[in-house]
Write a protein that binds this ligand. Structure first.
Ligand code: HEC
Length: 159
């Protein structure tokens, strides 16, 4: 268990690192703002890749406009600069409420490289997502692979 004093100072440090006003970030449900932000970005990614995955598996009809919109959203998220989302001391050995493994911050971490692979995949996907089911499905593969390879090495399997 961590004390509320440590939680608060972590929140403050994250707020200051992000250059944000304290009023907008301290408090809430007690989460760390950087952790909340990165988990939020992953939720947006999951929602949008879910739209495409359902089309790819035939659970929903392919819709070029919806496929393009979901791919564009993935590309947009991939372009968020990650530096404020991963402050030191926000691994799952240091705080609660995160599945981020300490390996992310260790020497030789490939986490940003894999984030880059996600971005390259999202670019390829956004280029063809509206061009038909087969083109979208083929381009979805590398994006899905980037999710899995990062989770394998850098995300704890449970809370
Ligand atoms: C570069 C590494 C990396 C990539 C790429 C990545 N993830 Fe993650 N993901 C993580 C880590 C680390 C966490 C744990 C974050 C935390 O709990 O602080 C996570 C957490 C999540 C969560 C849980 C969020 C929550 O609310 O706790 C979801 C859902 C998720 N990822 C989906 C995806 C999807 C879908 C993709 C691909 C489109 C993806 N991720 C790509 C590293 C990655």
């Amino acid at each position: 268990m961590i004390t509320s004093r440590i939680l608060l100072s972590t929140a403050l440090a994250a707020a200051l690192a992000g250059g944000l006003s304290l009023g907008a970030t301290a408090g809430g449900h007690g989460g760390n703002p950087a952790v909340d932000a990165r988990q939020g970005q992953f939720q947006i990614m999951a929602l949008n890749i879910g739209v495409l995955g359902n089309m790819a598996r035939g659970n929903t009809d392919y819709d070029a406009g919806a496929a393009q919109a979901a791919a564009n959203n993935l590309l947009t998220i991939s372009q968020l600069d990650q530096q404020f989302h991963w402050p030191e001391g926000t691994d799952n050995a240091s705080i609660e409420g995160t599945r981020a493994l300490p390996a992310i911050w260790e020497d030789g971490s490939r986490v940003l490289e894999i984030w880059g692979e996600f971005g390259t995949g999202a670019e390829g996907l956004a280029a063809v997502a509206g061009d038909g089911l087969d083109a979208m499905r083929a381009a979805l593969g590398p994006v899905g692979a980037s999710c899995g390879s990062c989770h394998d090495d850098y995300r704890a399997s449970d809370n």
